[in-house]
Design a protein around this ligand. Structure first.
Ligand SMILES: [Cu+2]
Length: 241
């Protein structure tokens, strides 16, 4: 027996819609679970004091991303500085507790500031790659780190790290968190896609129902009847008047 064309037209889009929705749901689940998985990774929650690791990444666009913003104080920290960019950057943790560097600082003012306070750790990343170092975590407090490549601080290439406390929430952390941002785009894209699919399917189904149940008057050879007049039937007598 041959599958009717109508059935084929109905079933195929429905199956396709279900497949798309399942796919998007799986994608969404992966996206939603990803930040949670990262949060559960070894981080600020009581890591062994002797094996504290910290990864900070220089991403294109003059920004830092940190694996955590809170470390234990008075311990040795193994820091991996990942340069995901193609130009040179530095990770320079300025030894000025609880101080925010004015964003108006010029490169020479920033150099003077670093010379005045010193750096807890300074890692040069001359090109793409991972650069490792260790440093002694200071006592409880928070610090600003910067990129000392000329002009990069002025492009908002700085961030903050706290030891033995949460980072104060009023700090203006200029580093965009790309990891938290891209799920928003995926979710928005999913919603837009579903809306478009719904509209398209609505037109397809609506168009088929229309062609099945009614014929446009001009195709029957009659003009459009006046709105108030009773509908004309193709073979029937003309209404009086
Ligand atoms: Cu830089």
């Amino acid at each position: 027996m041959r599958i009717s064309e109508f059935r084929l037209r109905t079933v195929v889009p429905a199956v396709a819609l279900v497949a798309v929705m399942v796919g998007l749901a799986i994608g969404g689940a992966i996206v939603f679970s990803a930040p949670g998985a990262r949060a559960a990774a070894p981080g600020p929650v009581n890591p062994p004091a002797s094996a504290q690791t910290y990864t900070v990444t220089a991403v294109p666009g003059y920004a830092f991303q940190e694996s955590t913003t809170e470390l234990q104080p008075n311990t040795t920290v193994s820091v991996s500085f990942v340069n995901a960019d193609v130009i040179a950057h530095t990770y320079t943790l300025i030894a000025a507790q609880g101080k925010v560097i004015p964003t108006s600082y010029s490169p020479s003012q920033l150099n003077a500031y670093e010379a005045q306070w010193g750096a807890i750790v300074w890692i040069n990343a001359t090109g793409t790659g991972t650069y490792s170092a260790t440093f002694q975590a200071p006592a409880k407090g928070w610090y600003e780190f910067v990129c000392m490549e000329p002009g990069h601080f002025q492009q908002s290439m700085y961030g903050f790290i706290a030891f033995g406390m949460a980072l104060p929430s009023n700090l203006t952390v200029s580093t965009p968190n790309v990891g938290a941002g891209w799920p928003v785009y995926v979710i928005t894209g999913t919603i837009v896609t579903l809306v478009i699919i719904t509209i398209v399917l609505g037109f397809v189904v609506g168009g088929r129902k229309g062609s099945k149940h009614e014929m446009p008057p001009e195709r029957l050879g009659y003009p459009e009847p006046p709105a108030a007049a009773p509908p004309l039937s193709p073979g029937g007598p003309k209404p009086p008047g």
